[in-house]
Every structure is written in structure tokens, then in C-alpha cells.
Design a protein around this ligand. Structure first.
Ligand SMILES: [Fe+2]
Ligand SMILES: [Fe+2]
Length: 132
């Protein structure tokens, strides 16, 4: 386990918080599998995680577009960059079968990014959508 739900910044829109909470469980399970060195399990959980991230990001992007949110391009750019990083990680991981790559990516790259993103882009977006 590398993160608890309590450690995750909350935003002003519950639908967004719920998606973020689902990701906490996925991150922890993926991290544990990666640390244990189980390639098949890590691969399966990584694929599911990427799929969830894509749904998470498109959910927010659709809301931003529908509500003509001013910072939509900036927010989407951050999402796109992380998706690219995730596919790059997946490629390297499947080539090397080194599960430590996945554990390190989550710990050093993805998690710090996610916390920062929730505190900035997602927080501003949620407040805007919630009508503040
Ligand atoms: Fe989000
Ligand atoms: Fe976001």
C-alpha cells in the first residue's frame, strides 16, 4: 500500500472524488503486485489501471467541454501527458518484464503528480463545475 484515501485531496465535486477513490484501491493493488515481482498480475492490473485513468480523464474532459470551462485546454494537456507516460511505461515494462519499473513509476512519478493535479487542476475545475 502506498496511499490511503485520507491522503488524497478532496475536490468540490463528489463524482470526481468517487473516481479518485476508486483509483486509490487500484494504485495500491498494482503497487503491491509490482513490489512482489508478479509479472502476470502486474500486467493485468496495469492494463486495468490505464483503462480506469482513461475513463477518469474523459469524464472530466466531457464535463469541462459541456460547461465551457476556461482552463479546459490546460487541464487536458496535463491528462494527455500522463497518458503518454503511462503507455511509455507499459511498453518498457512489457519489454523488460521488470515489475520494479511499475512500482517506481507509481511512487516517484504518478502519485506525486496525482496529488499535485488534484490540488490544482482538479480543484479549480471541480469548484467551477460545482458553481463556486
Ligand atoms: Fe481527476
Ligand atoms: Fe484532471
Amino acid at each position: 500500500m502506498i496511499i490511503t484515501k485520507e491522503e488524497l485531496p478532496k475536490v468540490a465535486l463528489n463524482e470526481m472524488n468517487e473516481i479518485h477513490y476508486e483509483e486509490v484501491d487500484m494504485i495500491n493493488n498494482l503497487y503491491d503486485a509490482a513490489v512482489s515481482g508478479d509479472y502476470e498480475k502486474t500486467k493485468k492490473l496495469l492494463d486495468e489501471f490505464i483503462e480506469h485513468i482513461e475513463d477518469h480523464f474523459s469524464f472530466e474532459e466531457d464535463l469541462m467541454e459541456q460547461n465551457e470551462f476556461f482552463a479546459y485546454p490546460m487541464h487536458k494537456m496535463e491528462h494527455d501527458r500522463v497518458i503518454r507516460d503511462l503507455y511509455e511505461l507499459k511498453k518498457k515494462f512489457e519489454e523488460t518484464k521488470d515489475t520494479k519499473l511499475v512500482a517506481n513509476f507509481l511512487k516517484e512519478g504518478f502519485l506525486p503528480w496525482l496529488i499535485g493535479h488534484l490540488n490544482t487542476m482538479d480543484a479549480v475545475t471541480a469548484s467551477f463545475l460545482a458553481g463556486y
